[in-house]
Design a protein around this ligand. Structure first.
Ligand SMILES: [Zn+2]
Ligand SMILES: [Zn+2]
Length: 343
């Protein structure tokens, strides 16, 4: 099969013909129809995120059709359309048994902790897939696995979001834009969005944000809007903690500031008293768990989640390096570029 491999210290993936084994007893073999390119794939080729082996096949946002099943597979059969979850976990611990796989001690990501889906086929445990209904195109199903499920988890489970609450989203890239769509699907009252990029703000508006602001003027904007609104939840996808302190002042008492974007920066907060007096929380949210995919598919089926305009282009595996470059340089402001390895 054709696969795109990442070799340590190599800035480009290399397309090779390699063999794939039969799936293990608890695994299925999926013919990959679509796999989205994520910002963390760029972190991989820049050496910021380290994979467990060398070389490795990246790609953690995939959908496809089951081609083979291991002998202990019970829930799926050959020909089933499926989405593959981006997260990997032990499958045995109490967290894994209670739909909290993202809290497992052995939590990892496909394409980092085991071979991913920038390949024509992938073997994956049946516990890591969900059925994809016929009416959901493969490319839209694929991005459910991370671009949509990560913000969904941050809002619904880490944020304990309730219908009618106000939410503020900072950073409207691949994940942030879907946070807006989800907030809308879950019937947020007001959705405010910040980004440094005017095109991203246009997308944010289209996705359903009620108010969008350029973060270049964030301090003035915060001064202005704190007279008119407060939020139950702030989601930070920027990985840039510069504005956390003024933003905290926009939270209701009991509000949550959730960090989803990764950063190496130090978090310095000079207002611990405010956090105590107002019972605020600052917490992180990582990935999602096995509740996300079925619940998102349900929202999609209820026509509450529209992902058509989230797909900025579908490309063959051979064009993967060009696509990484398009994402990196934000050429034509892509939301999600998708690779179709069997195109
Ligand atoms: Zn990702
Ligand atoms: Zn576990």
């Amino acid at each position: 099969m054709k696969a795109a491999l990442y070799y340590k210290n190599n800035k480009k993936l290399i397309i090779k013909d390699i063999s794939i084994e039969d799936p293990k007893d608890n695994e299925v073999q999926v013919k990959v129809m679509a796999c989205g390119i994520c910002g963390s794939d760029l972190h991989l080729i820049h050496g910021i995120l380290k994979p467990i082996k060398d070389p490795i096949i990246p790609g953690h946002e995939a959908s496809g059709v089951i081609e083979k099943v291991g002998k202990n597979v019970k829930q799926f059969k050959i020909g089933d359309r499926v989405v593959i979850s981006a997260g990997t976990s032990c499958g045995k611990c109490d967290f894994c048994k209670n739909h909290q796989e993202n809290l497992c001690e052995e939590v990892g990501v496909l394409g980092f902790n085991r071979d991913g889906a920038f390949a024509q086929y992938i073997n994956i445990p049946e516990t890591n897939i969900a059925l994809l209904p016929e009416n959901i195109p493969f490319e839209e199903g694929a991005i459910l696995a991370d671009a949509v499920s990560t913000p969904y988890h941050a809002i619904k489970y880490a944020g304990n979001f309730q219908k009618g609450q106000n939410i503020l989203i900072i950073g409207c890239g691949g994940l942030g834009i879907h946070a807006i769509k989800i907030a809308k699907a879950l019937e947020a009252n007001q959705i405010y969005a910040f980004d440094i990029d005017e095109f991203a703000l246009e997308n944010a508006k289209k996705a359903g944000a009620n108010h969008v602001y350029n973060s270049k003027h964030i301090k003035d904007t915060i001064k202005k809007i704190q007279k008119e609104i407060k939020f139950s939840l702030i989601l930070d996808f920027t990985g840039n903690y510069e504005f956390i302190e003024p933003l905290l002042r926009l939270l209701y008492s009991g509000g949550k500031y959730i960090l989803v974007g990764l950063s190496k920066k130090e978090l310095q907060i000079k207002i611990p008293a405010l956090i105590v007096f107002r019972s605020l929380s600052i917490c992180g949210s990582y990935g999602s768990d096995s509740r996300a995919l079925p619940e998102l598919i349900q929202l999609y089926q209820e026509n509450k989640l529209n992902l058509k305009d989230s797909i900025s282009g579908i490309y063959p595996l051979e064009e993967i390096n060009e696509c990484f470059e398009k994402l990196e340089k934000r050429i034509n402001n892509p939301i999600r570029l998708v690779i179709a390895p069997n195109l």
